[in-house]
Ligand binder design. Structure first.
Ligand code: PGA
Length: 251
């Protein structure tokens, strides 16, 4: 059943991109039409580019998202941005709980959950990221870590439209390393089980993305794994040709 889920290829530009990057996004828009039978496309540029990209993407062939938000809708939080602000710019999704935010900013599962709820409050899809470190994998704790992060980071009331889960082994992010397809399959099957236990039939339709060193050369193999419903792509999402080639690798 979950194999019938339409894949999502989401680009996470992280802290990369200037006004001049609109050309790359333009190229993505140009190539998206040919991939409409393959996958939904989403690009999450830095906050500074969300308005420009959302304005360019009016035909909806590529959705635009954000990379983080504050839990509150407004207030005295210098430098922070609310989910409502991204909604106002035309964003449709927000990545929350990325391992770089968990590491750089000490974000806890409880905070990630609040941010996911903030995305929902603003009518946006929350892309909640989880994943183990190398040390945790080596000590056999991968599934325990994922279980704890899912329990703490996912709010009640998740549906296939308001939630996407991204499994991103921390050691695979930006390193060129990827787990074996067998390891990806094991973790994604486990996540599916957690989602269906908690969210019943909705849990069977929630997209579970794989993230960590996805590139054109490994996309087809990874996207063919059971319960992998797309990818969260960092480095390779900065180039239109690579991003589009990854989407083309979807089954
Ligand atoms: P990467 O990043 O594709 O550059 O490994 C993935 C991510 O952090 O979302």
């Amino acid at each position: 059943m979950s194999d019938a889920i339409r894949p999502l290829i989401a680009g996470n530009w992280k802290m990369n991109g200037l006004k001049s990057s609109t050309g790359e996004f333009e190229a993505m828009l140009g190539g998206a039409g040919a991939l409409s039978g393959k996958a939904d496309l989403l690009v999450c540029p830095p906050a500074t580019l969300v308005a420009a990209f959302a304005g360019m993407a009016r035909d909806g062939m590529v959705a635009v998202g954000a990379q983080d938000c504050h839990p509150k809708p407004s207030g005295a939080h210098t430098g922070d941005l609310a989910a409502e602000m991204f909604r106002d710019l035309g964003a449709t999704a927000i990545i929350v709980g990325h391992s770089e935010r968990r590491a750089d900013h000490g974000e806890s599962d409880a905070l990630v959950r609040q941010k996911a709820e903030a995305a929902w409050r603003a009518g946006l899809t929350a892309i909640v990221c989880i994943g183990e470190t190398r040390q945790q994998r080596d000590s056999g704790k991968t599934l325990d870590i994922c279980k704890t992060q899912l329990a703490g980071s996912l709010p009640d009331g998740a549906t296939s439209t308001n939630l996407v889960v991204a499994y991103e082994p921390v050691w695979a992010i930006g390193t060129g390393l990827t787990p074996t397809t067998g390891d990806v399959e094991e973790v994604h099957r486990f996540i599916r089980g957690v989602l269906t236990d908690r969210f019943k039939e909705e849990g069977d339709r929630i997209r579970i993305l794989y993230g960590g060193s996805v590139k054109p050369s490994n996309a087809a193999e990874l996207m063919g794994v059971a319960n992998v419903n797309g990818a969260l792509v960092g480095g390779a999402s900065l180039k239109a040709a690579d991003f589009l080639a990854i989407a083309a690798g979807c089954p």
